[in-house]
Design a protein around this ligand. Structure first.
Ligand SMILES: [Fe+2]
Length: 187
């Protein structure tokens, strides 16, 4: 189920997070198989991470990602079922940038021509990597849902749902999101 929660952090925490994101981001490579790409990232501050707590889950990984004109421009439709060799149950996106001055953006969900809306939870890593190869082949995907970014909005979804940021290319300004991956405890 896709869940949207507005005004997720307190005003004070959220402004602090926006200020934190004014520093320079570092470039990191991420991916799997032969599908590697570069992202601009920052670590999630511990005081923010502690507020992203989710009942019966543990956080596997959390980071802040920035996309702008000429950087991070692929459609990259994917699921987050496996991160750092661990099965992920839930993913969340906290939208950080103000809407003003930034291409209207958000997160879109897709059906894959063969698998439908999601990958099986216990997908083998080989198959997961195979589907990643389709991530920029737009003919194989049908958009089903779209969530618009809004400052301090938290979007959560089952990590095996296929999704991508939209638009693929941010033409104006910078799209900044905080992404978190959770695993069920004893799941
Ligand atoms: Fe994702």
């Amino acid at each position: 189920m896709i869940i949207i929660e507005d005004n997720f952090l307190s005003e004070k925490s959220f402004r602090g997070l926006q200020d934190y994101c004014k520093q320079e981001f570092r470039i990191e490579r991420a991916g799997a198989g032969d599908q590697w790409k570069e992202f601009l990232v920052l670590d999630t501050p511990p005081d923010i991470q502690s507020q992203l707590w989710l009942e019966d889950h543990e956080i596997i990984f959390s980071f802040i990602r920035k996309a702008h004109a000429g950087f991070d421009t692929d459609p990259r439709i994917h699921s987050d079922g496996i991160i750092m060799n661990k099965y992920v149950d839930v993913a969340s996106v906290l939208y950080i940038n103000e809407n003003e001055g930034v291409s209207r953006n958000g997160t879109a969900f897709y059906d894959h021509a063969f698998f439908g809306e999601k990958l099986p939870k216990d997908v083998k890593p080989e198959l997961y990597n195979d589907v990643l190869k389709d991530s920029n082949v737009t003919e194989l995907w049908q958009q089903t849902d779209k969530v618009y970014a809004k400052p301090n909005r938290l979007l959560s979804y089952p990590a095996n749902y296929f999704h991508a940021k939209f638009p693929a290319k941010i033409e104006t300004g910078e799209r900044i999101v905080l992404v978190t991956f959770y695993s069920e405890i004893n799941g």
